[in-house]
Design a protein around this ligand. Structure first.
Ligand code: ADE
Length: 251
């Protein structure tokens, strides 16, 4: 999968994209990440990428001309199987990013991510060149760069071969439940023993215990998520019986 990131601050991406799992995924050729500096597409002497807003008001607006030139130059360079890549603007006004959205985006061959900055981008870019807007949460960042890094991280780890499949299928949110608690050596730490079932060697009992832990945790921490998971038919009769014992029933 190819990510093209259009930004005024390409240096912000060193570190998050060049360490750990994302570094290995790039070395293994599972993902490629291209950074494009929007300022390189500004044609004036000062390479101006922003300007004051028409009508007045605070802050600066990212100019249409360099941004359009950047998006067009990047998308004019097609990769096999992705002739028309999705162009996504990271913005606090976008659809809220979720695990389901990450799974959907991980099916694409290529994503073009535009990082907004200053007070926003010229609206005409939105209407003409942006296919989708995504927000990573109901808060305002200084720009779309950190949001783009979050999106790349969440999507890239779902690309086949980046992680081993088991760690994805059992994790928080992937099937509407939070994760079970994890333990590793030592068996007792500061008077706290590991739950004995995990030392029992009974795979069936371990799996049942983990499932119950996931249900209990989701009920305690994210009852909203549990209601949604139940409505999607993802809970077994045994799950529902266990939850009923804890006093929870679906609406
Ligand atoms: N840019 C500024 N705030 C943002 C947010 N919450 N999500 C995505 N992009 C942003």
């Amino acid at each position: 999968m190819q990510f093209d990131i259009l930004t005024l601050f390409p240096d912000m991406f060193t570190g998050p994209l060049t360490e750990s799992i994302l570094r290995r995924a790039q070395q293994a050729g599972r993902i490629t990440i291209h950074l494009h500096n929007i300022r390189d597409y500004a044609t004036d002497r000062h390479r101006t990428a922003d300007d004051t807003p028409y009508g007045g008001g605070a802050g600066m607006v990212m100019k249409a001309v360099p941004l359009a030139a950047a998006i067009r130059a990047v998308t004019a360079n097609p990769v096999p199987d992705a002739p028309v890549p999705q162009v996504i603007l990271l913005s606090p006004d976008g659809e809220l990013f979720t695990q389901a959205m990450a799974e959907e985006l991980a099916q694409q061959r290529r994503l073009v991510l535009v990082c907004g900055h200053y007070e926003g981008i010229d609206e005409r870019i939105r209407t003409k060149l942006i296919h989708r807007e995504i927000s990573i949460g109901n808060y305002v960042l200084t720009g779309g760069e950190l949001a783009a890094m979050v999106l790349v991280d969440a999507v890239a780890r779902l690309v086949p071969g980046v992680l081993d499949a088991a760690s994805i299928t059992e994790e928080s949110h992937s099937d509407g439940l939070l994760e079970y608690p994890h333990y590793t050596r030592p068996a007792v730490w500061e008077e706290q023993p590991v739950p004995p079932v995990l030392l029992s060697g009974h795979h069936g009992e371990v799996a049942a215990w983990r499932r119950r832990q996931r249900l209990r945790r989701t009920l305690e921490r994210r009852p909203d998520l549990l209601a949604h998971t139940a409505a999607q038919g993802l809970l077994t009769p045994a799950d529902l019986a266990f939850l009923a014992d804890l006093g929870w029933t679906p609406d």
